[in-house]
Write a protein that binds this ligand. Structure first.
Ligand code: BGC
Length: 427
């Protein structure tokens, strides 16, 4: 065996050193280098995928996505889990070079892993698309606008055919999406509308205005605003003003509550009712907690009762709850939320939050995957609304899914019986 090997080595050396073979070897090396250089410049894989052609099942795994821990944020944590483990768009991964040379057919860019819903959305989308044979590149952007821009740019360079984007800032993607449009890539805005561009083709979301009206209605009924002796004190926390959804949530809730504010039945002691005054940058729990702390110290430390806190989602609700737990001694207020994040559902069960609006993201994910596949196979794309969502440039054909209210009375039926959570997860 040894002899055979050494013979083989020797003879290949001999071959390589003879002049005609040397020239041939030089030509071959040069052509290989040239070919590699061309591939790198065009950003294409050697197995270039074609528009509307199914990709091979082999998937380009994205390193940061699959290696993420699956931990839930602690109930008492005032700070959102760090996003530092989310994708750094400037680093490369061995996965990138050692896995398949097939480029992703579908690029998915989501805002953050800090809220469990986005993680679940991304992982399920990826799983369903891969099960149908499409290669997927899934990235989370750590709630950082520039990171998301770079990630999307990379996906475009990778020649994906469909981009699914939940924008961190709905106004920041105009230029990068012009680039996508020039490359004939179809863009689906997921959950959050992308504004001021005609390069977005479809939108899948929940009825965001309805989310807000459900929250407003919950407060109206819980405080019995039409019959009870008031006035009642309420404070308001909505989301990041850069997220187009935040305005829909706010408008929907205020459509119910504003008449009671105007009549004096609801009093906002802080005076903060304007959309921008009640916004929460990045939807951050910490920012909401800080603002609630200041409000409690300034307006409620005299023993005033706080009767309700309108929170547009669960991360802001958690901030309000954490502030209350350290510096409020009155009767516990009605608190709204959205997403049924596991921490908040636990808080609903233990009485620290009143309700959350459940958006069964398994439904919006399925609708999105279905839409992506319709696009990729050249089929008619399923939408159920063509007039509600104007992004400032066009009416974006949309598929809307319905949200539902969850509280202590129905969480079992909606969240446990449907398999969204195991009952044991909630205690
Ligand atoms: C989503 C909510 C989410 C919020 C913060 C909104 O655009 O619709 O479900 O709670 O962003 O991430």
């Amino acid at each position: 065996m040894e002899r055979k090997n050494s013979h083989m080595t020797r003879s290949s050396k001999e071959v390589a050193s003879s002049t005609p073979y040397r020239i041939l070897a030089l030509i071959l090396t040069f052509s290989m280098l040239l070919a590699l250089g061309l591939c790198a410049c065009s950003g294409k894989s050697t197995e270039t995928t074609k528009k509307k052609k199914k990709a091979k099942k082999t998937t380009k795994e994205t390193f940061e996505t699959v290696s993420e821990p699956d931990e839930d944020p602690p109930t008492t944590s005032a700070v959102e889990p760090s996003d530092t483990s989310e994708s750094d768009p400037f680093t490369t991964s061995t996965d990138d070079t050692t896995t398949s040379s097939v480029n992703p057919v579908v690029g998915i860019s989501l805002p953050t892993k800090a809220l469990k819903r986005w993680q679940d959305d991304g992982m399920l989308m990826k799983e369903l698309l891969e099960a149908d044979g499409y290669a997927v590149d899934l990235k989370f952007a750590g709630n950082d606008i520039n990171t998301q821009l770079v990630q999307i740019e990379n996906m475009i360079n990778e020649e994906c055919q469909v981009l699914i984007i939940a924008a961190i800032d709905g106004d920041s993607l105009t230029n990068v999406l012009d680039f996508a449009k020039a490359k004939n890539i179809t863009v689906i805005a997921y959950d959050r509308l992308i504004r001021r561009t005609d390069a977005v083709s479809y939108y899948v979301t929940f009825d965001n205005y309805l989310v807000g009206t459900l929250q407003g209605e919950y407060i109206r009924i819980a405080l019995d605003l039409d019959n009870a002796d008031g006035p009642f004190n309420m404070e308001i926390f909505t989301g990041d003003p850069g997220d187009f959804n935040a305005k829909y949530f706010y408008d929907g809730a205020m459509s119910v509550l504003q008449p009671y504010i105007s009549s004096g039945q609801l009093v906002v002691k802080s005076g903060q009712t304007d959309f921008y005054d009640v916004g929460t940058a990045n939807w951050s729990t910490e920012n909401a907690q800080n603002r609630m702390d200041t409000i409690l110290t300034t307006y409620y430390s005299d023993g005033s009762q706080l009767d309700a806190i309108l929170c547009s989602n669960d991360s802001t609700a958690l901030g309000a709850e954490l502030a209350l737990s350290t510096s409020y001694t009155g009767n516990y207020p009605v608190i709204t939320g959205q997403d049924c994040d596991i921490t908040n559902v636990r808080n609903i069960l233990s009485g620290y939050q009143s309700m959350s609006v459940f958006k069964d993201t398994r439904e919006s994910v399925k609708a999105t995957v279905n839409m992506a596949e319709e696009i990729l196979t050249g089929s008619i794309v399923t939408v159920n609304d063509t007039s509600t969502y104007n992004n400032g440039t066009i009416n974006v054909p949309s598929y809307l899914v319905s949200p539902v209210v969850v509280d202590k009375s129905n969480y079992e039926e909606i969240l446990v019986d449907s398999g969204y959570y195991k009952k044991s997860d909630l205690s």
